[in-house]
Design a protein around this ligand. Structure first.
Ligand code: ADP
Ligand code: MG
Length: 659
């Protein structure tokens, strides 16, 4: 049922809830609180100086509002609590003024300053029971926590509840039912109840997740693929044609791929390796082998720029082997596109490189034998499958520049075989990284000038497009202005952000690539795989806003040849965390640290892509539950218990949709 049918939800509230991705009653029920306030009202005379507390008070005057800046106001009024007269202030709650009637009893939450008889409130409540528990929800602008709490009263009347922890396990762990869990988590009477509910709901998510992965692993392991016959010398031929020697891990990965492509089972392999570790060449080997055995390959990249980059470099590598490589994107002219489509259908094209366009309807292959997807987490799983399904039983290779600690990789990518490339190509210089406070920005500007004098190029990254007064973050436009002033308009500075149209973005990227633009200011849209080897400096503003893994990926845009490169992280906050990047250039080490410090943190966009569908579980904090769920779901599958469970039976009947 949709939320708009709920009592108390008008179009305005509906829109706001939609902003939180809440559309149905189920969404609302699964919008769990992220913490609880325990209501403990104390006597004002027992409160210690500057300690957070809750007190009961009675309003003495009507109060007044001062508007200080845009988006900033102060409400002040007087109240009395146990004979103490208080001057109360609360910020940005001008709207509360209308509820402040003289004589009314309220609960003040905040800090009390005895000397000044003042109380700075962080919140004011009008009716709260002492010793009760109040859930706190993630909110968007315009929704109040109280509103969500009230709404929950309404929603909890409905009997939507799908309990998907198998009965055997519910009784094994003595779990509360889903229905109880949902009630407890939104309206707990005791913290014990809330905890019971949380564990139960986390387990459910993780069990479901691991069930899918384990089941996929089981069918993938048995999936019959193309058993290729290729000459043993092929490996040597390929390596001899390269201008460099492969690293140890590249060789191991190539061995893995050789085995996968020549045995009778379908390959389903993920290559995990840092930016610049040389994954592309490994994928190119797979394409080469696939070609030798007479099949077509497809390589899909998440953006047009990346696809084109791959097209250029891979074509070059494969030139000497007479492999016909073509390119396909959505923005191509119809005429050109048709030529490519024809070549794919009649088998003239051996390798097609492109974007999402490859999974378009009109695309048919003569005999697709291998699918490579780059930065696999950027594609929804459905899209990966559509491409795979264009072949009969093509082998699949995923590339990811997102290093994750091995233990986590084994779990969340548990349905795939994994090759890890840790060793770096020789002669690569470490990127010299410095965390700098904003006060030292002059030093950074001097360094920029030095690099520009050497005719090198520079990336500048900021988290924002527009200025944000409240948060005091630098926007890309702000930075453009500042740099133009600093360099007296003598250096060409380009601005790239996600709101630009694709062709505008491409134009700017092109200008940066050919050196017309010397400094590229950008939001994180440059995050993936862009290769401009002449850029030697990366400056990241408000670096504290990013996870370490993201920062590491951004940093990977420089240091792409033998030149010494530099990375400056500008921040006044979280300096200790950022210093991990000064210490290390190893993505696996960094991601391990990131995990330790921020939980699953920004698990690299994996979450956004829908591959990590968790509403309450968290891979790091709940790792023990995850391991248990992994074990339980394997056993559930092995003993074929799912055959008696209509939910899981149905799930596996549709397994190709959930991968
Ligand atoms: P990734 O895809 O892992 O980010 P690439 O495959 O693009 O990395 O490799 C980065 C650069 O390093 C490319 O220019 C590539 O030709 C080069 N390269 C790859 N392997 C080696 C190696 N073993 N020795 C030297 N250079 C290499
Ligand atoms: Mg095989």
């Amino acid at each position: 049922m949709e939320i708009k049918n709920l009592k108390g939800v008008g179009t305005q509230l509906e829109r706001k809830l939609n902003n939180l991705n809440i559309y149905t009653i189920q969404d609302l029920l699964e919008n769990y609180p992220y913490r609880y306030n325990y209501i403990n009202i104390v006597n004002i005379n027992d409160v210690k100086e500057n300690e957070n507390c809750m007190i009961k008070a009675t309003i003495v005057d009507a109060g007044r509002v001062q508007y200080i800046k845009r988006n900033f106001n102060r409400l002040s009024f007087r109240a009395v609590s146990d004979n103490v007269i208080l001057n109360v202030t609360i910020f940005n709650r001008a709207f509360l003024k209308q509820s402040l009637t003289i004589g009314k009893e309220i609960i003040l939450i905040g800090k009390y300053n005895k000397m000044k008889s003042s109380f700075v409130a962080s919140d004011i409540k009008f009716n709260l029971k002492n010793n009760s528990i109040e859930p706190v929800y993630h909110l968007v602008e315009g929704i109040k926590n109280n509103q969500v709490i009230k709404l929950m009263d309404e929603v909890l009347k409905y009997d939507y509840i799908y309990d998907i922890v198998p009965e055997e396990l519910t009784s094994k762990y003595n779990f509360v039912s889903k229905k109880e869990a949902i009630k407890f988590i939104h309206k707990p009477e005791t913290m014990e109840d809330a905890k019971k509910a949380i564990v139960r709901l986390k387990y459910e998510e993780l069990f479901n997740f691991m069930f899918k992965i384990n089941y996929l692993k089981k069918i993938n392991n048995k999936a019959i693929g193309i058993k290729r016959k290729v000459n043993e010398n092929s490996k040597g031929d390929f390596m001899n044609g390269l201008p460099f020697t492969l690293t140890k891990d590249q060789v191991t990965t190539i061995d893995d791929i050789y085995k996968d492509l020549t045995d009778e089972f379908r390959m389903n392999r993920l290559v995990l390796g840092d930016v610049g570790s040389g994954k592309t060449i490994v994928a190119t080997y797979a394409i080469y082998l696939n070609y030798l055995s007479g099949y077509q390959s497809a390589l899909m990249a998440p953006t047009e720029i990346l696809a084109e980059q791959h097209y250029k470099s891979i074509s070059k590598t494969l030139e000497k082997f007479n492999i016909k490589v073509s390119f396909l994107t959505g923005s191509m002219k119809k005429k050109d596109k048709n030529i490519v489509l024809e070549g794919l259908k009649n088998g003239e094209i051996n390798l097609i490189i492109g974007t999402h366009a490859l999974i378009g309807d009109g695309v048919e292959f003569k005999n697709l034998g291998l699918v490579v997807t780059d930065e696999q987490h950027r594609f929804g799983v459905g899209q990966r499958n559509t491409l795979r399904d264009k072949g009969i039983t093509p082998d699949v290779l995923y590339l990811s520049a997102t290093p994750i600690p091995r233990t986590y990789a084994l779990t969340i990518y548990g349905d795939l075989d994994i090759s890890i490339i840790k060793t770096k190509p020789q002669g690569r210089k470490e990127i010299i990284t410095k965390v700098e406070s904003e006060n030292n920005i002059k030093d950074v500007l001097y360094k920029m000038l030095e690099e520009l004098k050497n005719n090198h190029q520079i990336y500048v990254v900021s988290p924002l497009i527009e200025n944000n007064e409240e948060l005091d973050l630098k926007s890309v436009f702000d930075l453009k202005e500042k740099l133009d002033i600093a360099f007296q308009n003598k250096v060409s500075v380009g601005v790239l952000h996600g709101k630009l149209k694709q062709n505008e973005k491409d134009k700017i990227m092109e200008a940066f690539k050919n050196g017309d633009i010397k400094i590229l200011i950008s939001t994180t849209v440059i995050e993936v795989g862009i290769d401009v080897p002449n850029s030697t400096m990366m400056v990241i503003y408000n670096a504290e806003r990013f996870g370490l893994a993201t920062l590491h990926q951004l940093r990977g845009r420089v240091g792409r040849n033998e030149l010494q490169s530099y990375c400056y992280l500008i921040s006044n906050k979280e300096v200790d965390r950022l210093k991990v990047l000064e210490e290390s250039n190893d993505g696996f080490y960094i991601s391990e640290k990131d995990f330790q410090m921020r939980g699953q943190g920004d698990l690299f966009g994996v979450k956004q892509s829908g591959d990590m569908p968790f509403k309450i579980a968290n891979l790091k904090d709940d790792y023990q539950i995850l391991l248990q769920a992994k074990l339980d779901s394997s056993e559930y599958i092995e003993k074929e218990l799912y055959l008696n469970n209509s939910y899981y039976k149905n799930l596996i009947d549709n397994i190709s949709f959930i991968n």
